[in-house]
Design a protein around this ligand. Structure first.
Ligand SMILES: [Zn+2]
Length: 461
């Protein structure tokens, strides 16, 4: 593999506290040099990529992705899901185990890892199930899953309701040095809620999914993390109360962490009432000069705004942003959840929860966090690189010399419109089509190989 020299970019590597305009040399699939000596060390035959004005950072990691294999390949496959990841600037993803069958045995983990090695264009790490069949009744064989290579356990899509079972899961996970990731949802409070319980659910006549349904489980997880010492990670936080609980627990040193997805800090529940309601109320905050933007329109009850946990109130959205800004929420991810058109094109009550996100999450995070000056660029990059790598004990997420050459190059200021025809995912269930976005991946490099680039001549065959 030829060496590759990236010149003139803004190299941001939070793990090494580096943020400088300099060069980066990749050789034999590893980071060979960073800084002034990179150009000197580059062999004469090295390929050169001029990246002036671009950001060069450790390959982005999304630790919450549904790749739908095995069993749901009409929604997504390892090939299409990882292609979407590469397009979005992601070099590593963690796939969730709520597949058909669930990823709850060493054999299924081996199958995914083997297929991912053949068909995936980015690194695929596997999360195993907490309970057999994700049924919440009996623990999955956690030791076997660990030996098969899972990086975490979770029943995502579902939530273990039995606190004693969750306690045992935490105890075993700690023994195997695995983080426990949890989709926080109390079934007795949420029942068959389909959107945030509040003003808009009442106006629209839809059953409510109250914030307390998430907060109760976040509190449970804090107590169990404290009791067992296991690392517990709360997935896709949506409610203000969850952020407050996490903030307080972290101050006490509890091994608890949390993640947020761009839809929860970009949109609110008013979006379910249609674009006119959203843009005239909450949308104004998002775009200070709406008259200059070509705003998309959507009808009320659009199922592309149905996700779990649901879009919440403007106050909750603000609390998630504050949690990200003060470090309470350390990790950003998409919860990329592809579904077929025919599944989403039904009444709101019957549609499955979830939206795709791999291709829009970088732009939405930059828009809501960096372009609004809530967070520095390095802080946002840390939430997509070193922070998830640390939680999952991965060697990824840094540009240290000798590390795997997983590198993302992006233009933080590029303006573009997300178009259906340009998506690499097998599914198109995103609410962000037609949105004018700011910030875009330019090249995605995995193990020294350019797996996706705007300029196709750079992409390795
Ligand atoms: Zn989930």
């Amino acid at each position: 593999m030829a060496a590759l020299l990236l010149t003139g970019g803004r190299v941001v590597d939070p793990a090494n506290r580096l943020d400088a305009t300099t060069d980066l040399l990749i050789s034999d699939g590893k980071i060979a040099a960073v800084g002034a000596e990179a150009a000197k060390k580059a062999p004469a035959a090295a390929k050169k990529m001029t990246v002036n004005g671009m950001v060069v950072c450790p390959g982005l990691i999304d630790l919450h992705v549904h790749l739908r294999e095995p069993g749901q390949t009409s929604k997504e496959t390892l090939a299409t899901g990882t292609a979407a990841a590469a397009r979005g600037g992601f070099t590593s993803v963690v796939c969730m185990p709520n597949t058909s069958p669930a990823i709850d045995t060493a054999g299924t983990v081996a199958l995914i890892r083997e297929r991912a090695a053949q068909q995936g264009v980015v690194n695929v790490f596997v999360a195993g199930a907490i309970s057999k069949g994700i049924a919440g009744e009996e623990l999955a064989p956690l030791g076997g899953l660990k030996r098969a290579g899972v990086v975490a356990i979770t029943d995502d899509g579902h939530c273990v309701q039995n606190n004693e079972l969750m306690r045992r899961a935490c105890e075993y996970a700690k023994m195997f040095n695995l983080p426990v990731m949890d989709h926080c949802q109390d079934y007795s409070l949420v029942t068959d809620g389909v959107m945030h319980e509040g003003y808009w659910s009442t106006v629209l006549g839809l059953r409510g999914w109250p914030s307390a349904g998430e907060e109760v489980i976040v509190a449970r997880n804090i107590l169990l993390a404290e009791l067992t010492g296991a690392k517990v990670h709360c997935q896709h936080l949506s409610a203000a109360g969850s952020v407050a609980l996490l903030r307080e627990a972290k101050k006490r040193g509890v091994p608890i962490s949390g993640e947020a997805c761009p839809h929860h800090f970009t949109l609110t529940d008013a979006a379910v009432a249609g674009s006119d309601k959203f843009w005239t109320t909450d949308g104004k905050i998002l775009n200070p000069q709406p008259s200059t933007l070509n705003l998309p329109a959507w009808p009320s009850y659009d199922t592309n705004f149905k996700m779990n946990p649901p879009l919440r109130s403007a106050r909750d959205r603000e609390a998630i942003l504050e949690g990200l800004a003060d470090g309470t929420i350390e990790i950003l991810c998409s919860d990329h959840a592809p579904h077929c058109d025919y599944e989403k094109e039904v009444e709101f009550d019957y549609a499955p929860f979830g939206i795709t996100g791999l291709e829009t999450e970088l732009a939405l995070s930059l828009m809501q966090l960096v372009h609004t000056k809530r967070l520095s660029l390095a802080d946002v990059i840390a939430k997509y690189t070193v922070n998830p790598a640390r939680l999952l004990n991965l060697n990824q997420g840094t540009l240290s010399v000798g590390a795997d050459a997983d590198v993302t190059v992006f233009d933080p200021d590029a303006e573009w419109v997300f178009e259906k025809g340009a998506t690499a995912s097998k599914s198109t269930n995103s609410p962000f089509y037609g949105w004018k976005l700011k910030g875009r991946a330019v090249a995605t490099i995995v193990g020294g190989k350019v797996v996706w680039s705007e300029k196709s001549d750079l992409v390795a065959a």
